[in-house]
Design a protein around this ligand. Structure first.
Ligand code: CP
Ligand code: NVA
Length: 311
């Protein structure tokens, strides 16, 4: 499969086969790294890492993934460059596109990452916007594959803020790849109607189910329960209201008991606010798989760079 030159902005732009290809490449790269073998497919490539928001996993995954394959990463924080102060996104894109071979962008507006891709002329990878977090989904799917040996037919329930970047991206990725996805959230935080309809179409093709509900009983039959912070980066002032409406949707012993399955696992993209979206005990109980998920950011992000830019 040839993905060279492609940007990675949302999973809407990738077919189920292309997503499976990236997952199998990530597994190969993970196996290779575990044997201490490094690659050179990004040799001679310079990669810009633009961060308007903070990051631990995504920043480190891009940095290490790039260096492991012989490339050079350059971190550009929002206080380091003119973007957002003196220079437009279009001009920043045209400058960086003349100097760098690929660009990672983490920021607020999804429109910015689209403009970067349009004007830079090099592959642009979305490391999180307010709307989507597609690189995270590949790590989540690799982790699910490691746990269950397959993706198709799994029941995944995302609990919490149902209209944030994680809920949107899990809805897209799952409906494309054939995972039965439930978004469990109060009605006021449901995903947008247009996205739901699009994902229902994807699900028809993959033969999976998409369910949007506010009923906690819908966790019954879940193979995996997924949660994320109740206030995403930039929404911190909404904390009091979110805690009030999301309290019944906390991932805790009671919720886990409702799955009726002994093997249900818990996933979290991290960072976690323990005591809010997940209890301390549940977090610790499932910490081994949650930190596998965090590690898998590195292997999957490396796969995206290698597939779209590698020699
Ligand atoms: N999951 C994730 O994107 O983590 P960071 O915000 O630390 O990059
Ligand atoms: N929804 C979270 C995801 C963090 C990885 C945020 O945007 O802050």
């Amino acid at each position: 499969m040839n993905l060279r030159g492609r940007s990675f902005l949302t999973l809407k732009d990738y077919t189920a086969d292309e997503i499976e290809y990236l997952l199998s490449l990530a597994k190969q790269l993970k196996d290779k790294k575990s044997k201490g073998i490094l690659g050179d497919s990004l040799k001679g490539k310079n990669i810009a890492l633009i961060f308007e928001k903070p990051s631990t996993r995504t920043r480190c995954a891009f940095t290490i993934g790039c260096i492991d394959e012989g490339g050079h990463p350059e971190y550009l924080g929002s206080d380091d460059i003119q973007l957002g102060h003196k220079e437009s996104i279009e001009d920043t894109a045209r400058v960086l596109g003349r100097m760098f071979d690929g660009i990672q962008f983490r920021g607020f507006s999804h429109d910015h990452v689209e403009k970067l891709a349009k004007y830079s002329g090099v592959p642009v990878w979305n490391g999180l916007t307010d709307s989507y977090h597609p690189t995270q989904i590949l790590a989540d799917f690799l982790t699910l594959k490691e746990q269950f040996g397959k993706l198709e037919g799994l029941n995944l329930v995302y609990v919490g803020d149902g209209r944030n970047n994680m809920a949107n991206s899990l809805l897209i990725g799952s409906s494309k790849i054939g995972i039965n996805i439930t978004i469990l959230s109060p009605k006021s935080l449901w995903p947008g109607g247009e996205l739901i309809n699009l994902c229902k179409e994807y699900a028809k093709t993959s033969g999976s189910q998409t369910t949007i509900t506010d009923k906690v009983e819908s966790v019954e039959g879940a193979d995996a329960i997924y949660t994320d912070v109740w206030c995403s980066m930039g929404e911190e002032d909404l904390a009091a209201e979110r805690i009030k409406i999301l309290k019944p949707y906390q991932v805790n012993d009671d919720l886990l008991a409702k799955t009726g399955k002994a093997h249900t696992i818990v996933l979290h993209c991290l960072p976690a606010v323990k005591g809010n979206e997940i209890t301390y005990d549940i977090f610790e109980k499932y910490s081994s798989v949650i930190f596998d998920q965090a590690e898998n950011r590195m292997h999957t992000i490396k796969a995206i760079m290698v597939a779209t830019l590698g020699n």
